[in-house]
Design a protein around this ligand. Structure first.
Ligand code: ISE
Length: 337
């Protein structure tokens, strides 16, 4: 028996929010968009007109709207926790873009509220968990094909960033993805972080350390290296390799196609993460919608969001102090088992 589509409200209609509007309305099954909010009212109205939704005056109106069953939060990170708490208070499932919140305290409040509500309502938008390449890596590791994971090498290169982007944001905005991916791939917590910066690109703003090298250490001692380089210029390039005791597994090709001509091979690569992870975002949203239909949580939990923010905040302290920083081991409530 086919179910009624999940009626989705979307808060924040900037680049990624607008992409999600299109995905929920046109690219996945079992859902439709019914209400939108953005500080740019004209933008929200225009998008709402395209998908047959209403544009509302506040985020709270979206959350409380009788024709909204579930909510996507794609507003700036500083609003994530309070909006997620509002969704929990009215018992509606929520997919919150990363980070769950910029501070550990706010993440803890969300985790506590969800437990008090007595059911899993929160999924955090760590879309790399839905990327085919990362999923294959995890399958290879879990199947024992490469033995025990010893090292994880990651590269995270953005073509450029706005001048307002800081060395700390490289941790909270960019490396937070590798933090979540490492926890998910390895099935372990991260216990220590250090950040090193050496020779700098001339293409970064003077206040920004770029590139930076982040070394994370897992509970069992797996070393995770993350090169974060946010002014790499040539394109958006994310790489990942697990070195195991019997072999290696890595992300496959991320090329968008190639042509050969005049004894040269020309390869097109993604220009930004919205292109590179477009399929992963679509899969993530389909999975979330399926989870809402089944009343069964999927994807990264609020607890995963809390752990990722804890490590990202430790990385911020490591940027500022130049010293290794320990990350306290989180107590995983049975609720998130
Ligand atoms: C951005 O905010 C993202 O979430 C992208 O996935 C990431 O690759 C980029 O570095 C961030 O700035």
């Amino acid at each position: 028996m086919s179910k009624e589509p999940v009626r989705v409200g979307i808060i924040g209609c900037g680049n990624i929010g607008a992409d999600h509007v299109d995905r929920v309305a046109n690219q996945v099954s079992g859902s439709r968009v019914t209400a939108l909010f953005d500080v740019d009212t004209a933008r929200a109205q225009e998008l709402a007109r395209h998908v047959g939704a209403v544009a509302l005056a506040t985020a709270s109106e979206v959350i409380n709207h009788p024709e909204v069953d579930a909510i996507i939060i794609a507003s700036p990170g500083e609003f994530h926790a309070s909006l997620t708490l509002e969704c929990i208070a009215v018992g509606k499932p929520v997919l919150c873009e990363k980070p769950l919140a910029p501070t550990v305290k706010e993440c803890e409040e969300v985790v506590a509220a969800e437990q008090s509500a007595g059911r899993r309502l929160v999924q955090v938008g760590f879309m790399r968990r839905n990327d085919v390449g990362y999923r294959h890596m995890k399958e290879n590791l879990d199947a024992g094909h490469i033995g025990d994971a010893l090292l994880l090498h990651c590269e995270h290169r953005n073509p450029d960033v706005p001048d307002s982007f800081t060395s700390e944001m490289s941790m909270t905005d960019s490396v937070i993805h590798e933090i979540d991916t490492a926890r998910w791939l390895l099935g372990e917590e991260i216990v220590r972080v250090r950040v090193i910066s050496g020779k700098q690109t001339p293409n970064a703003a003077a206040h920004l350390n770029d590139p930076q090298l982040v070394i994370l250490e897992s509970e069992s001692g797996v070393l995770i290296s993350v090169e974060v380089f946010v002014n790499a210029k040539y394109g958006y390039d994310v790489r990942c390799e697990i070195v195991g005791s019997n072999g290696v597994t890595s992300l496959g090709s991320q090329d968008l196609g190639q042509y050969v001509s005049n004894v040269q091979r020309n390869v097109t690569m993604p220009g930004n993460w919205r292109i590179r992870f477009g399929d992963a975002y679509r899969a993530e949203i389909q999975d979330w919608i399926n989870g809402v239909h089944a009343d069964e949580p999927r994807g990264a939990s609020a607890f995963d969001g809390l752990c990722a923010t804890a490590v990202a905040q430790a990385a911020v302290r490591a940027v500022q102090s130049g010293q290794p920083v320990d990350v306290p081991k989180p107590n995983k409530p049975a609720f998130y088992a």
